[in-house]
Ligand binder design. Structure first.
Ligand code: FAD
Length: 480
């Protein structure tokens, strides 16, 4: 039997169920990746994300080559490209790991129907999550809408049915890695810029980052995860996004670190593991409530309407995007995103809250901007978190969560190392003024080489006033 493995969000050879099954079942195996031309052309993703993906593919090509398999690629609309490849190559069976985004599920259904009509075998596998949506359900069988209940059930499920890891397939005796592969497209060929990558792509980098994290930062994760100046989180999110690391492997590895003893604290390890559960929670929200891609998860009566379209709104949005709002922690976050394609989680929450609550700009604009710039841009996590920050999502809190940027900044970047790094205009500003530089007296501004309104902007809105306005509007509309 001749099999085709369609790689998508699973750019690795270890612990890859579709690849493993194809190599077990088939005499000949063709790995395939399709550059999704319509999606790439729509610029839904940014250069950092595309560059990271290309780096992962590069390594995957080499790893598959070592197994005696040559990764092929096509560029085009995915459904057509896969069906064409199947015809051209005379494939009997197609293998893939499942994707839970609504558009991907429609696409996969179309491909599966066509292949089945042609009498070809299709085998699909769970891979992108530890547990699929139907595996973690409430007593009524309904999907969970609250994270804490979902998390408890998730861990019960883990204890009841721990999914095993799968080894890499063995090297094939009939390996064809000596055949000359075609040149692979560059970022420019795909219509993107070549940008520096701040997180190393590929399966090997993912494994070594995981091991590094489990040896070090996880021991202080409960505190460290909130401090954006520290390298205190795993930075594995782009690896989970592109599947250079499976979440299954990560959970097994973290639990193994815990049982190995030493200085590893249970609270730190489980706090980190619960972040992986958050990831799965948002995947199941997207799966069970696909309407979240078009609007709020829950319609909340009292939510103030976003600021109307127009030059004022555009001007505020542009300042937010470029990191020149006059709020140092917000500006540092947006500049980190623009420069590196990644932003610390705490600062993602602060910048998102600021856009929606202080500037009263629709959350979908922020969601889109993040998606176009994040190296880990992922529909489920991005949408779920934006809705959480906009109070339209699964947040259990009553009323409205409005982050105070000054308090967040003083609490989590006390000495201002993060701000100084990404907002160099403020580098010489004494810590006393750093979190609210517009209050700095003129002589201090002179000494710090930072004139407010000239070198660094004055705040574009006053947080206290903006917060009161938001809450007043909310009260007028109904509930708070
Ligand atoms: C407005 C907003 C937008 C976001 N957009 C994305 C996105 O597009 N893609 C994305 O992967 N994450 C997104 N997140 C979640 C979170 O910020 C990142 O997953 C995290 O910062 C990645 O860094 P890390 O790998 O070091 O995380 P760690 O702290 O090491 O956590 C481990 C893993 O858990 C998962 N995780 C952690 N926090 C969350 C969370 N709140 N929601 C879902 N999964 C989580 C990630 O896969 C992460 O890699 C967003 C958060 C906010 C507030």
């Amino acid at each position: 039997m001749k099999g085709l493995v369609w790689f998508r969000r699973d750019l690795r050879v270890r612990d890859n169920p579709a690849l493993f099954a194809a190599c077990r079942d088939c005499r000949e195996v063709v790995p395939l990746f399709v550059f999704d031309e319509p999606r790439l052309r729509s610029h839904l993703f940014g250069s950092a994300c595309v560059g990271f993906m290309l780096g992962c593919l590069n390594e995957l090509r080499a790893s598959l080559g070592q197994l005696g398999l040559m990764l092929q690629y096509r560029i085009g609309e995915q459904t057509e490209a896969v069906l064409q490849a199947v015809r051209d190559l005379g494939i009997d069976a197609v293998y893939w790991n499942r994707d839970y985004e609504p558009a991907a599920r429609d696409r996969d259904r179309r491909v599966q129907d066509c292949l089945s009509q042609q009498g070809r075998t299709v085998k699909t596998f769970k891979d992108h999550v530890v547990f699929e949506a139907e595996e973690v359900r409430g007593l009524t069988g309904d999907p969970f809408q609250r994270y804490s209940a979902y998390r408890d059930r998730w861990w019960n499920q883990w204890r009841a049915a721990t999914p095993p890891m799968i080894p890499a397939p063995k090297r094939r005796a009939d390996g064809n890695e000596t055949s000359m592969p075609r040149d692979w497209p560059s970022a420019q060929d795909l219509g993107y810029e070549q940008v520096p990558l701040w997180i190393e792509p590929g399966e090997r980098a993912a494994q070594s980052r995981l091991q590094w994290f489990l040896r070090g930062p996880i021991h202080d994760y409960v505190n460290g995860r909130n401090l954006p100046a520290l390298d205190g989180t795993s930075k594995l999110s782009p690896h989970f996004r592109f599947g250079t690391l499976s979440s299954r492997t990560a959970v097994h590895a973290a639990l193994a670190a815990l049982t190995a003893g030493g200085a590893v604290s249970r609270a730190d390890v489980f706090t980190w593991l619960d972040e992986l559960v958050w990831r799965e929670f948002f995947q199941q929200v997207l799966m069970a409530f696909p309407q979240v891609t078009k609007g709020p998860f829950k319609a909340k009566d009292g939510l103030p309407a976003p600021r109307p379209e127009g030059p004022d709104r555009d001007c505020l949005f542009a300042a937010w995007c470029e990191g020149r709002t006059g709020y140092p922690i917000v500006d540092a976050g947006m500049r980190q995103l623009n420069q590196t394609g990644w932003m610390h989680n705490r600062v993602r929450m602060v910048t998102a809250s600021f856009l929606v609550k202080d500037l009263r700009i629709d959350w979908q604009s922020g969601e889109r901007y993040f998606m176009q710039h994040l190296v880990d841009g992922d529909l489920a996590a991005n949408n779920g978190n934006w809705q959480w920050c906009a109070s339209t999502g699964t947040d259990a809190m009553q009323g409205y969560r409005i982050f105070n940027p000054r308090i967040q900044s003083e609490k989590f970047d006390r000495d201002g190392d993060y701000i100084r790094h990404y907002v160099p205009e403020l580098a010489e500003v004494p810590v006393k003024w750093l979190h609210e530089p517009h209050l700095m007296p003129p002589d201090e501004q002179e000494r710090a080489g930072c004139r407010i309104g000239v070198d660094y902007p004055a705040p574009m809105v006053d947080h206290k006033t903006a917060r009161e306005e938001y809450l007043t509007l909310a009260k007028q509309k109904g509930t708070t």
